[in-house]
Design a protein around this ligand. Structure first.
Ligand code: AP5
Length: 222
């Protein structure tokens, strides 16, 4: 019996390295990466009413209302590629109500990865972060500098990546994280996210390998 594809959530404070680790995880495990923040930024780019409303909240570092976020994530996870390959959900759920809605739709994650990073490191990561609009790749001026001048010249910064805004985003994170964690306690793995991106990935990689081995053993014994 072929085991069901894995379903993984990744959570952590702003700039804790979720997107960076998701790049590495999807490269190795071919899961579909679904990032709530990316879905919202794509909606903003369409110029829709929902996008405009979402941006007002994102600029204040607050959670975008459930009626915009919940269906957006649900629809993405129900697409055939996510069902077929498994998913890696980044930045969702961020509140008890989002987690409850998720469960009601019948989604059950196998693993909940929590990246733990100290606050001074988070601020430094936010301020130095840059994005390549062509490839979508995440850079950092100090820790992951661009490979060449051509890429360096086209890098952009996110509208909410200022020291002032990250403080607001952090506040929102602290207000909600415990409630979400309490629901996934038995499948949570806490990762020290202060280390280099390769060292962080090594910890995550071994957790995913364990999960896959357990599932393989379980499906073989059916
Ligand atoms: P979202 O886009 O999800 O932002 P976030 O949670 O603040 O997280 P980031 O994307 O900023 O950081 P990351 O953890 O992915 O870090 P990264 O890998 O880039 O959400 C934005 C907004 O949308 C929210 O504020 C909210 O308003 C709204 N929203 C989103 N989801 C929502 C939801 N479910 N409900 C309601 N509203 C929602 O790394 C950061 C930097 O550090 C990079 O430069 C990177 O190169 C560098 N770096 C990464 N790892 C390392 C390392 N190990 N060592 C050194 N540098 C590193």
């Amino acid at each position: 019996v072929k085991p069901e594809p894995p379903k993984i959530m990744i959570s952590g404070a702003p700039a804790s390295g979720k997107g960076t680790q998701c790049e590495l995880i999807t490269k190795k495990y071919s899961l579909v990466h679904v990032a709530a923040g990316d879905l919202l930024r794509a909606e903003i780019a369409t110029g829709s009413e929902n996008g405009e409303r979402a941006k007002e909240y994102m600029e204040k570092g607050q959670l975008v209302p459930d009626e915009i976020v919940v269906m957006m994530v649900k629809d993405r996870l129900l697409k055939p590629d996510s069902k077929e390959n498994g998913w890696l959900l980044d930045g969702y759920p961020r509140s008890l109500s989002q987690a409850t809605a998720f469960k009601k739709f019948g989604f059950e994650p196998d693993l909940f990865i929590l990246l733990e990073v100290s606050e001074d490191v988070l601020v430094e990561r936010v301020v130095g972060r840059r994005l390549d609009p062509v490839t979508g790749k995440i850079y950092h001026l100090k820790y992951s500098p661009p490979e060449n001048e051509e890429i360096a010249a086209r890098l952009t910064q996110r509208f909410d990546d200022t020291e002032e805004k990250v403080k607001l985003r952090l506040q929102t994170h602290h207000q909600n994280v415990e409630a979400v964690l309490s629901l996934y306690e038995n499948i949570t793995i806490k990762i020290n996210g202060n280390l280099s991106k390769e060292e962080v990935f090594a910890q995550i990689d071994s957790a995913i390998t364990n999960l896959l081995e357990q599932r393989k053993a379980a499906s073989g014994s059916l």
